[in-house]
Design a protein around this ligand. Structure first.
Ligand SMILES: [Zn+2]
Length: 123
């Protein structure tokens, strides 16, 4: 909804005259905008890419290719939607995304632990 008799140029001048906007340079504004558009970096992990020898199984081989492997189910089943206290007001999409990230971190933890135990025992 637009208000009648509002000069858009005056609104733009008013916006750029605000102290918090005027103090920033164009380069700073462009850098902030570019940073906001940048996707999240991938998770840092030592988990190798899995192979899928049969339906429902993700197989993680020893990075040294010694023949050892660790299997994980590709579908660990349903999980309760965990709502953290600081995300209580977040929408369902955000909550699902956070839960998926938590499950991925747990998976990486299990695989890294298995590889670590194998390394300690065999290499
Ligand atoms: Zn090995």
């Amino acid at each position: 909804m637009t208000e009648p008799n509002v000069d858009p140029d005056a609104l733009i001048r008013e916006y750029f005259a605000r102290p918090e906007v005027a103090a920033r340079t164009t380069a700073e504004l462009l850098a902030a905008r570019k940073a906001a558009e940048r996707p999240e970096p991938p998770l840092a992990t030592a988990v190798p890419a899995p192979e899928f020898p049969t339906f429902g199984i993700a197989r993680y081989h020893c990075p040294r290719q010694c023949g050892w492997w660790h299997d994980e189910p590709t579908d660990p089943g349903p999980s309760a939607l965990i709502i953290s206290a600081d995300q209580a007001g977040a929408d369902v999409g955000t909550m699902l995304s956070l839960n998926a990230k938590a499950r991925l971190l747990a998976l990486h933890g299990r695989v890294e632990r298995a590889i670590g135990e194998h390394y300690a025992a065999a290499h």
